[in-house]
Design a protein around this ligand. Structure first.
Ligand code: ATP
Ligand code: MG
Length: 339
């Protein structure tokens, strides 16, 4: 983990609903779940990230909070703590926090002015002096390796924990975009609901996420299917613990409606894309980023629906963070960065 030296006082942050990533000196130095564990009685933060996640549901006195919901700050105070702790972890020792911290932080494209101000104030409270913000789909495009300054249209679909963002980018700007609050968190809920309805089994959201990662799929026919996954939960009728083996086809069924809504949002965005850019996208295709891009067969499914080439970003969970890091290096050059 790098130390914030006196000479280098710049960090890039992807503050995601599910995961927060900090880039410092071109390296990912922090990649942690966006979770804060707070002791209400003592009024202090006891853990953030993975350490906070481990406490979830295990203690009576400690409240485990996810300060972001649907891609935006839902709990302002906790978000501030999260940002401050993340920067603190980067600096290793808080007392060395530089006086003029420069920061690029990404925000969802559908963010309201009030929400944008909340992010900015959180960063300021956490010690940032110079702040630029970048819209997530733009950061994703840069992180994927697209030359966003060229007058050529590209479509980016970033499916995170809280939001699916679909954007057409050309000539350093977002030409059209759609943001829907259907993404990883909703997929997890879909899995919980499916297990309850289909198997009379109650599972927690964390188990649902494990199931999704182990056997998640967007189509019911895969060339390389994953092995069935043994899922543990509680029988809804008897109340006793039980286990069931789950097949990927079941999860494809559980997620079907949510994925159909994302597909529809892609179609809607394509329908509002100016014709010259639509012609470009016919050639350049659709780029998938965010954790949702890892769903098996999602590329195949979007291809069937749109007949456009579909590419999955390298290391899709970190594409937005990579792009935010590149934006940091172009702090004054990229005119699309929000002051
Ligand atoms: N292999 C996988 N298959 C399916 N989903 C996955 C996989 N790995 C991670 N995910 C999901 O990806 C989501 C997190 O993605 P990501 O880190 O891009 O979101 P985020 O940036 O925190 O959220 P947002 O951009 O909406 O604020 C989680 O819902 C997680 O369950
Ligand atoms: Mg994200």
């Amino acid at each position: 983990m790098g130390l914030l030296s006196f000479f280098n006082r710049e960090v890039a942050m992807d503050l995601g609903t599910a995961n927060s990533i900090v880039i410092y000196n071109d390296q990912v130095v922090i990649d942690e779940p966006s979770i804060v564990a707070y002791d209400r009685k003592m009024q202090k933060i006891v853990a953030v990230g993975e350490a906070a996640k481990r406490i979830e549901g295990k203690s009576k006195d400690i409240e485990v909070v996810r300060p972001l919901r649907g891609g935006v700050i839902a709990d302002f105070e906790m978000a501030q703590h999260l940002i401050r702790e993340l920067i603190g972890m980067t600096a290793a020792n808080r007392s060395f926090l530089p006086p003029s911290l420069k920061m690029v932080i990404c925000i969802p494209s559908g963010i309201t002015n009030v929400e944008e101000r909340a992010v900015r104030e959180s960063a300021e409270q956490a010690g940032a002096k110079e702040i630029r913000m970048i819209h997530e789909p733009m950061a994703a495009a840069i992180g994927i390796g697209i030359d966003v300054l060229q007058p050529e249209g590209h479509m980016v679909v970033d499916i995170g924990g809280g939001t699916a963002e679909i954007a057409v980018i050309s000539f350093g700007g977002i030409v059209c975009n759609t943001s829907i609050r259907i993404a990883g968190d909703v997929f997890n809920e879909n899995v919980v609901e499916y297990m309850r309805r289909q198997h009379n089994m109650v599972i927690g959201i964390r188990t649902a996420e494990q199931v999704k990662i182990a056997v998640g799929a967007a189509v019911s026919e895969l060339d390389e299917p994953p092995e069935d996954y043994l899922t543990h939960g509680r029988d809804q009728l008897t109340g006793l613990p039980k286990q069931i083996s789950i097949n990927y086809k079941e999860i494809a069924m559980a997620l079907d409606r949510s994925i159909a809504q994302i597909e529809q949002a892609i179609l809607d965005t394509l329908a509002t894309t100016p014709p010259e850019l639509a012609a470009d996208i016919y050639k350049t295709g659709i780029y998938l980023a965010g954790g949702g891009a890892l769903l098996r067969g999602l590329d195949q499914r979007i291809y069937s629906k749109t007949k456009l080439p579909v590419h999955i970003a390298d290391d899709p969970l970190r594409a937005v963070a990579r792009g935010t890091g590149i934006a940091l290096k172009n702090f004054n050059k990229f005119s699309f960065l929000i002051r």
